[in-house]
Design a protein around this ligand. Structure first.
Ligand SMILES: NC(=O)c1ccc[n+]([C@@H]2O[C@H](COP(=O)([O-])OP(=O)(O)OC[C@H]3O[C@@H](n4cnc5c(N)ncnc54)[C@H](O)[C@@H]3O)[C@@H](O)[C@H]2O)c1
Length: 291
């Protein structure tokens, strides 16, 4: 499917992966509605002026229902339709099982609020519009490799000789100080599977990108913005992830659905063949798209 002329919302587009997604979509001729907490988002349309697209942006919090309404209604009003939602905005904050209650409440609001509630709100606001349009669409939630063992279900690559961990799969989860982060991302499986099933008859696909360490503002922040050369060399590049996002979108309504796509450090960042559908049965995959 040619993406030129499609309209997309990208959340968390000011820096990091979201910024790379916005640039790649703009280069493919996709009109954009962008949002972020950071003030840089306001000037981003100006920086993307080199592409012959429409681009609008809003500054705000994805966990604020009023902001979400403003972005989604604004995108629909200015672009005419919404074909693609990239639910990318996300945060990481260290949290452990015996954290004090005060810290835990703040962490919960920030991490679950952004990573799970934010994606939920954008889904709830965009989905009725996409259904109404009757022309299909794509929702891509940005998750993490923590949620699906190494990112690849065991049945898809048992004992993959390319696995840098020496065995496949490596243990699930990001570690002891990621209980909330992992919970927020695992929660996305609920949206992935339920939305894909409910929206398949409308030609709307729902997939998730599950990447390992990818160069971004967030990842550099983990290393106090001074990673060792070895550390930096091991990271995947956000541009490569964005290229695969385009390939996923280009599959169109007949493409894969309800899938967690794995990008595992040490392996090529590539769109691998679709996994067998373990949630959608073949009847549910049939799409009815109004041309
Ligand atoms: N970089 C990685 O290694 C990696 C790995 C796995 C998953 N992810 C996921 O990828 C997504 C992007 O992360 P990144 O690494 O590019 O991070 P980043 O910090 O570089 O960029 C995230 C962007 O989201 C914005 N944002 C954060 N909270 C927000 C909120 N409440 N409302 C609006 N905007 C908000 C930030 O301001 C920032 O512009 C996240 O969902 C993250 O969990 C990243």
């Amino acid at each position: 499917m040619n993406l030129k002329g499609k309209n997309a919302i990208v959340t968390g587009a000011a820096v990091g992966l979201g910024n790379s997604y916005a640039q790649a979509l703009a280069a493919a001729g996709v009109n954009l509605a962008l949002c972020d907490l950071r003030p840089e988002i306001i000037d981003l349309p100006k920086r993307l002026q080199t592409y012959p697209i429409q681009c609008h942006s809003w500054q705000g919090n994805v966990a604020d229902p009023d902001h979400v309404r403003t972005v989604v209604d604004g995108a629909k009003a200015k672009l005419g339709s919404i074909d693609i939602l990239i639910n990318n905005a996300g945060v990481w904050a260290g949290s452990v099982a015996d954290d004090p209650m005060d810290k835990s409440l703040l962490d919960y609001d920030q991490v679950i609020g952004t990573n799970l509630y934010g994606e939920y709100l954008f889904g709830r606001a965009v989905i009725p519009i996409m259904i109404d349009q009757g022309s299909g669409g794509d929702i891509v939630n940005i998750a993490t490799d923590h949620m699906v063992t190494c990112g690849t279900p065991h049945h898809c690559c048992p004992h993959n000789p390319q696995c840098p961990w020496g065995e496949s799969p490596r243990p699930t989860g990001g570690g002891d100080n990621m209980d909330l982060y992992d919970a927020s991302k695992w929660g996305l499986n609920g949206f992935l599977f339920a939305w894909a099933k409910a929206l398949a008859p409308h030609g709307i696909r729902v997939n998730a990108l599950c990447m390992g360490a990818t160069d971004s503002h967030m990842l550099r922040g983990f290393h106090n913005f001074d990673p060792s050369p070895e550390e930096e060399a091991s990271w995947m590049r956000a541009e490569d992830n964005a290229r695969v996002l385009l390939e996923l979108l280009e599959e169109g309504p007949g493409g894969r659905n309800a899938q967690n796509l794995n990008f595992c450090v040490g392996r090529p960042v590539a769109l691998e063949p679709p996994n067998p559908h373990i949630y959608l049965n073949p009847d549910q995959i049939k799409v009815k798209v109004v041309p």
